[in-house]
Design a binder for this molecule. Structure first.
Ligand code: B12
Ligand code: SF4
Length: 453
């Protein structure tokens, strides 16, 4: 039996060149490979790194990973294989959140985590009895297995290896796909399995892809203690309340934390309340944010800050103030995104209810372009939201701001490796601002045009 696994690209601006960015091994694929019995032949194609799909290649089944931005391309791929009589199964965040839509474009949909279910898919496929949908096990019942990274052999990825220490997130931010897909549930992986996984990567540079590595502080501390002997460098994502626990910060530093992504999202209490980020509200009330940032930097950890703009409580001046705040506080890198109604999130359904979505479903709309604002608001024009975000990115990644932020030596330049990382990432992201802007989704819109007539 032969299965082809595919990660689609988002889209192409002109000719057939895809914007290359963050060339990291995709963990969902290594995870599926780890669940596949050894007698099944697996092939993996990653369109994002420029690999081409040969639709005439023999396969018993095609497995496609899907996110909102790649949905259009995933459906195109599925349709091409279907023309040749090859069945496809689609899984990933968009499949978890919009299974009814995915089912229209694929033979089968995986509605959640593949652990303990992928084996059934293979057996059903062998018997020619592939089901239209596969239900996941509840998160707490999942039996995690080791991912198989030999599937990436011969591919030109960054040295950074992805490792997962848990799945889901206990928080409930209105705009977040993870919160909706996991129903605000979180499950930690067994520490032994994580350690074994890190060792088998053979790498000393790890990206813990968890949404909040400090979600369960007691567990995190135990994990960090066990990471110390491995002498790795790692990055991850976490909430700002980590700064309230010195022992935690100490352990993060000792275990090799080089930097952490923190979702600040906004510096306005009203907007944070709307998002459901209530723990940040009290930090703003107590004026603790800058102190917390300094504390994290003092442990030699850089900060990747993310900010969101577009709530009706936000003004352009507020967002400009957030950019200056990010520059003044010496953040390593930053993301300045507009509020985005990702399909299946609370925000999406609220906007749908209020009748403010534009071109819905935007992710399939032939006229949609990366960075377009697919909703209208009363207080600010959609085009202005887009402009404000672009301006914010250009200001944050301006040469003067890159050098100003570099003055934060403890957070950004405390080793030669970090110095190289700081300048290369900042200049890469600076270049990416205009490359990604206006990117059409998918390859070919003809087959979708009828849907929007
Ligand atoms: C790591 C990561 C990245 C890395 C990607 C590295 C890589 N090459 O994979 C980077 C930083 C590059 C990245 C970029 C982006 N990301 Co990202 N990312 C993540 C993150 C944090 C972890 C993904 C992961 O590895 N999970 C671990 C794996 C094992 O779990 P899993 O993906 O759920 O997979 C399981 C199931 O879904 C299922 N499954 C998955 N695929 C398939 C396929 C088949 C065939 C089957 C059967 C099953 C199946 O089985 C798996 C095992 O159980 C997720 C959030 C999250 N917690 O998952 C966001 C997330 C996927 N990203 C997201 C977004 C929006 C983006 C960007 C668009 C951000 C931006 N504005 O630029 C870009 C787009 C990237 C692209 N497509 O080109 C959103 C997607 C939302 C959505 N509804 O689509 C997420 C969910 C974050 C969020 N909070 O909303 N991302
Ligand atoms: S935005 Fe971050 S903290 Fe909020 S629910 Fe999503 S993953 Fe959790």
């Amino acid at each position: 039996m032969k299965i082809i696994l595919i990660v689609p690209h988002i889209g192409r601006k002109s000719s057939d060149k895809y914007v290359r960015t963050w060339m990291i091994e995709p963990l969902p694929i290594a995870t599926i490979a780890g669940l596949t019995p050894p007698e099944v032949e697996l092939k993996f194609i990653d369109e994002r790194i420029g690999e081409k799909i040969d639709f005439d290649e023999y396969a018993d089944l095609v497995g496609i990973n899907v996110e909102a931005y790649t949905a259009k391309r995933a459906y195109e791929i599925s349709a091409e294989f279907a023309k040749r009589g090859v069945k496809s199964i689609i899984g990933g965040y968009h499949a978890m959140l919009m299974p009814h839509e995915v089912k229209q474009y694929a033979h089968s949909v995986m509605k959640g985590s593949a652990e303990d279910v992928w084996e059934d898919v293979i057996e059903d496929c062998k018997k020619g009895e592939l089901k239209r949908e596969y239900e996941p096990k509840p998160l707490k019942e999942i039996k995690f297995r080791l991912p198989r990274r030999d599937i990436f052999e011969g591919k030109n990825y960054l040295k950074l290896k992805c490792v997962e220490t848990g799945r889901g997130c206990p928080f409930d931010c209105e705009f977040c796909s993870v919160a909706s897909a996991t129903n605000s549930k979180f499950i930690a992986k067994p520490i032994d399995l994580i350690i074994e996984d890190i060792k088998q990567t053979g790498s000393k540079v790890i990206f813990f892809v968890d949404d909040n590595i400090v979600g369960d502080i007691k567990y995190t501390k135990e994990l960090l203690r066990q990471l110390i002997p491995l002498k790795i460098k790692w990055i991850s994502q976490g909430s700002l309340n980590m700064a309230e626990d010195e022992e935690l910060l100490q352990l993060m530093q000792e275990s090799g934390c080089a930097g952490i992504l923190i979702g600040f999202e906004s510096l306005k209490k009203e907007s944070l309340k709307k998002m459901g980020k209530n723990f940040m509200v009290s930090m703003i009330e107590k004026e603790e944010i800058e102190g917390h940032i300094k504390k994290i930097h003092s442990y030699n950890m850089g900060i990747y800050g993310t900010f969101i703009f577009g709530y009706d409580t936000d003004s352009a001046e507020d967002f400009e103030a957030s950019v200056e705040f990010a520059i003044d506080n010496g953040l390593f890198i930053g993301a300045f995104n507009h509020l985005m109604p990702f399909p299946g999130t609370k925000l999406y359904y609220n906007m749908k209810r209020d009748g403010i979505l534009l071109g819905d479903p935007w992710w399939l709309n032939p006229t949609y372009r990366f960075n377009d604002i697919p909703y209208k608001t009363e207080h600010i024009e959609s085009e202005e939201i887009r402009e404000v975000c672009l301006r914010a990115r250009r200001r944050f990644y301006s040469i003067s701001a890159i050098f100003k932020r570099a003055k934060n030596r403890r957070g950004n330049l405390n080793s030669i490796r970090k110095l190289i990382g700081y300048f290369s990432m900042n200049f890469m992201l600076r270049k990416e601002i205009d490359e990604k802007d206006g990117l059409p989704l998918g390859n070919d819109d003809r087959w979708l045009e009828a849907l929007f007539k």
